[in-house]
Write a protein that binds this ligand. Structure first.
Ligand code: FAD
Length: 283
């Protein structure tokens, strides 16, 4: 890289002129993206996008989502919480509907990042930026969330863990509200590893899903084998076995300067055991 190139790398000087769009509806936003022929970018809080542009990403059209009211809305149906794609981290922490329907999520989100980031950063922006230490993906995977996307070819629905096609708009995210749903998230060992856990009571017993962040290029989720477990007390008894089976079944975690893959695997097990212990304490 030349000295001149080094100087403009990660600087506003690296950002070339683009057309700014301020759609008021999802239809207008999707139309603007279609017209850009894949060279446009949606922007919500702009935290990651600005970084990408300063690092040299080239776009012809910037489609600002802040005027699309639908994308900032939070709703609740009898079965799900529904978050618009541009809902901010701060909204998740403070919204009355989330606090009533899934207080664990609101409480945990108060500690994510810092208040300036939470005020600007959106849930879909976090998913699309897809950095391995980001928290939205493991949390939403553990909660079994579904994405509603708008692509140039129409609307589509997919599990949150599936890669999002380039240029698709995340319109909304649905979190199913199952009976007795509990959500826990241990982020204390980031950037080594983080573990999110959701547990709910169904007609046939307990269902549990755990997701691990930071340890692989992308978060990994597993449905735990809770067959025959009918109560939280029985779940607490099975905690050691479930945590060790979960850790054993993970693909090889990343080894880097921060931690070895073996350490990450071991800590994922320890964190999951701790989450089960706090569930048992609450019960
Ligand atoms: C100091 C600091 C600490 C942080 N700590 C944490 C942390 O602890 N945990 C954590 O999870 N995150 C953390 N973050 C990351 C932060 O949460 C994300 O940067 C933020 O959520 C991104 O949202 P945004 O709205 O700014 O995205 P933008 O920058 O607007 O967009 C990011 C990407 O998503 C695309 N995009 C945005 N909205 C949509 C949409 N609706 N549909 C389709 N594409 C879209 C954009 O085109 C772009 O490619 C931290 C960031 C900083 C600066």
């Amino acid at each position: 890289m030349t000295t001149q190139a080094t100087e403009i790398y990660r600087s506003h000087a690296a950002i070339e002129p683009f057309s700014l769009h301020r759609p008021k509806t999802v239809v207008q936003a999707v139309a603007a993206m279609a017209k850009s022929r894949g060279r446009g970018a949606y922007m919500a809080g702009g935290i990651d996008l600005t970084d990408e542009l300063r690092a040299g990403r080239k776009i012809t059209d910037l489609i600002y989502l802040g005027d699309v009211k639908e994308l900032a809305a939070i709703g609740r149906t009898s079965r799900a919480l529904v978050l618009g794609g541009a809902v901010t981290y701060r909204q998740i922490e403070r919204d009355a509907k989330i606090r009533a329907a899934l207080p664990d999520l609101a409480r945990i989100w108060e500690a994510v990042a810092n208040v300036r980031v939470r005020a600007a950063g959106s849930i879909a922006g976090n998913l699309i930026a897809a950095r391995s230490g980001y928290d939205a993906l493991p949390a939403l995977m553990a909660l079994d969330a579904t994405l509603h996307l708008e692509t140039g070819k129409g609307a589509r629905t997919q599990p949150v863990g599936k890669p999002i096609p380039k240029g698709a708009l995340v319109r909304r995210i649905e979190i199913p509200l199952t009976k007795g749903l509990r959500f826990l998230f241990d982020r204390s060992l980031k950037p080594v590893v983080s573990v999110a856990l959701s547990v709910s009571q169904t007609a046939i017993g307990i269902e549990a899903r755990a997701a691990v962040g930071c340890a692989h290029g992308r978060a990994i989720v597993k449905t735990l084998n809770t067959k025959g477990i009918r109560s939280m007390a029985e779940l607490a008894c099975a905690a050691e076995l479930l945590a060790s089976a979960f850790a054993d079944a993970l693909p090889e975690p990343v080894s880097d300067a921060i931690a070895s893959g073996a350490y990450r695997r071991r800590m994922a097990e320890v964190q999951l055991k701790r989450l089960f212990a706090s569930l048992a304490e609450d019960a």
